[in-house]
Write a protein that binds this ligand. Structure first.
Ligand code: GTP
Length: 596
């Protein structure tokens, strides 16, 4: 297809605002999927995917659409809908010239949509505003059309009104896509350059890589090169999804499709990378490539130590489809053998953990999430700390922590509560805008560490569920941080060490000490539980010793009862972890880690 007849677009929407339903309608309206074959949500069938272990979900679909007698090819590119994946979103947007801004006409715009919208506007993309679900009795298209117009400019009447449910307005939407979104521009004679905007692992075909061709042409059977790694692969198949994969004789300027090289790991086909032809390689990569960078770390341990090999295997499998997941073995005195895992953010952590538990039947315990700290020592050496227990013990000159730029949308009546929360979390307000009279957009910089710890839940509870937020990384900042250790009878318990702000150290120490006091059974001697910064004790609790006469009781009574007791004790012993002289049931550590 010549570039003049191609339109590449994506849909920017908040979860539940109806992106999948609308996408299905477009497939139907363009005849790509017949109504009778139309199962609910063609593009979004995660459960089936899981059951069959294959990927049906297409990251890009090509649809034919005729306007004024000309046959156009519309490429709809899917964007991930979650905060931790803003880099992936940015690459999907970079593959398009335009975007639909899809807003639920009964809800209005949400923070996450806003963040993606700004990204699209910065890229000078054409934005087509669309209010969805106008069939709902609760829809307020007038009100939200004004909100949208005040954000992107233009008149409220420019907002299309559609219903993914009834199909109303969908043909008009497709016409407008063709008229308003510019056709792609590129040099057909230049060496081939295509940008990877997604890559997914498929059990049968290996990695399926989705690309947008910028210059030149990619043809089947030729050798292709990934510019970031200079790795060369044979291009086994190239084609378009419509929505089933259709092999083609090549993809040229502006076209969107998939390619298959037989690689087995998405790390060899990285989102944002430039694909070129190995025979006549391009010298300059397309802008915007970033290596996936884990931001949040957590130790993940099987509750049953014998599951460790299963956990390793499960992580090896997940990795095939998740270029951002990192892990390495780690041992903890309190929790045994596990892995230190790195994630893009808290949500990514939760997704991985849930998949491990559900798909691999594992019971897991995760240590409190931690961010990456850069520590400069007095002797000017630099240390990167992803695990508080690795914090250097020498003289520290400076500690820097990662910061994020956070966008919060809230009804105006909760502005005070949101400000209070952000201040508590060491936030710095950058600005505040009334989008409409009753909705406010607030911008903050906040330490990432403050966000990973319960921020989202707090925000929701302080605004009765009405506020929404989004964040993106924004450099690092020096801060007054200390490492707090928890000592049991003088021995450090690694799983509970934390790096916290100086002002929060005492509260953290006290909380952990009193929690452990509740959970650890009495021993035959008195056990102090202490919180310390270096050698300075900042909080203390004491587990009193068992009284002598309580012990004595065990030695009386009939012999069978005594034997039973001894057996029980032996069983219990297996799950005990010894911290110095103190025996602690593993459950106590688990409870202490989960009771937040
Ligand atoms: P995620 O897949 O979670 O990102 O959500 P999504 O944005 O793809 O939304 P989805 O299409 O799954 O729709 C969310 C809910 O809204 C579903 O219950 C749909 O049935 C409903 N819905 C979608 N479009 C319409 C519409 O036009 N009218 C009405 N009444 N309901 C709709």
């Amino acid at each position: 297809t010549p570039p003049e007849l191609i339109r590449n677009f994506s849909i920017i929407a908040h979860i539940d605002h109806g992106k999948s339903t609308l996408a299905d309608r477009m497939l139907q309206a363009t005849g790509v999927v017949q109504a009778r074959d139309m199962r609910a949500q063609y593009l979004d069938r995660m459960d089936i995917e899981r059951e069959r272990g294959i990927t049906i979900k297409s990251q890009a679909v090509r649809m034919p659409w005729e306007v004024d007698g000309k046959a156009y090819a519309l490429n709809m590119i899917d964007t991930p809908g979650h905060v931790d994946f803003s880099y992936e979103v940015s690459r999907s947007l970079a593959a398009c010239e335009g975007a639909l801004l899809l807003v639920d006409a009964a809800q209005g715009i949400e923070a996450q949509t806003l963040a993606n919208l700004y990204m699209a506007m910065e890229n000078d993309m054409v934005i087509i505003p669309v209010l969805n679900k106008i069939d709902l009795p609760a829809a307020q298209p007038e009100k939200y059309a004004e909100e949208v117009a005040s954000l992107i400019g233009g008149e409220p009447d420019d907002c299309l009104r559609v219903s993914g449910k009834t199909g109303e307005g969908v043909p008009e939407l497709l016409d407008r896509l063709v008229r308003e979104i510019p056709s792609p521009v590129g040099d057909p004679d230049a060496p081939a350059r295509a940008m990877i905007f997604d890559s997914v692992y498929d059990t049968y075909r290996g990695v399926v890589t989705y690309v947008r061709v910028v210059d030149g042409m990619l043809k089947p059977r030729e050798r292709i090169e990934m510019l970031s790694t200079e790795a060369v692969h044979e291009l086994l198949e190239i084609g378009v999804s419509s929505p089933e994969p259709k092999p083609s004789q090549g993809l040229g300027v502006g076209e969107v499709g998939y390619l298959i090289t037989g690689v087995k790991d998405v790390r060899q086909s990285k989102v944002g990378d430039t694909v070129t032809s190995a025979m006549k390689p391009a010298t300059e990569a397309l802008a915007g490539y970033q290596d996936p960078k884990p931001m949040v770390f957590s130790g993940i341990y099987p509750i049953d130590g014998s599951d460790f090999p299963v956990l390793r295997e499960a992580l090896d499998k997940l990795k095939l489809n998740d270029a951002a997941l990192t892990y390495e073995p780690e041992t903890s005195a309190a929790l045994g053998f596990g892995f230190r895992c790195g994630f893009l953010g808290l949500l990514h952590l939760e997704i991985v953990r849930e998949r491990l538990e559900r798909e691999f039947n594992l019971d897991l315990i995760a240590t409190a999430p931690s961010v990456i700290y850069q520590v400069t020592m007095e002797d000017r050496s630099e240390v990167t700390v992803t695990n508080p227990s690795e914090f250097p013990s020498g003289k520290v000159k400076e500690i820097r922590e990662p910061m994020v730029h956070c966008t919060i949308l809230t009804p105006s009546e909760y502005v005070g509560q949101v400000m209070e929360l952000c201040q508590e979390r060491r936030g710095n307000m950058l600005g505040m805008d009334y989008i409409t009279t009753d909705r406010v957009e607030m911008q903050y910089t906040l330490p990432l560490a403050e966000i990973v710890f319960d921020f989202f839940d707090q925000l929701k509870s302080k605004t009765r569920g009405y506020a929404s937020m989004d964040y993106e990384p924004e450099g690092e900042q020096s801060a007054d941080l200390v490492k707090v250790d928890i000592l049991l009878n003088g021995e450090g318990v690694d799983a509970f060490s934390a790096i916290v702000h100086k002002d929060a150290a005492y509260a953290y120490g006290l909380r952990m000490c009193s929690r452990l006091k509740e959970l650890i059974p009495r021993q035959q001697f008195e056990v102090p539980i202490q919180a310390a910064i270096g050698s300075r004790i900042i909080a203390r609790e004491t587990i009193r010793a068992l009284r002598k006469d309580m012990l004595a009781k065990c030695y009386g009574g009939d012999i069978s009862r005594k034997r039973k007791l001894l057996e029980k004790q032996k069983e219990g012993k297996k799950r005990m972890k010894a911290i110095g002289r103190v025996d602690v049931p593993q459950e106590a550590f688990i409870a202490a880690l989960t009771s937040d």
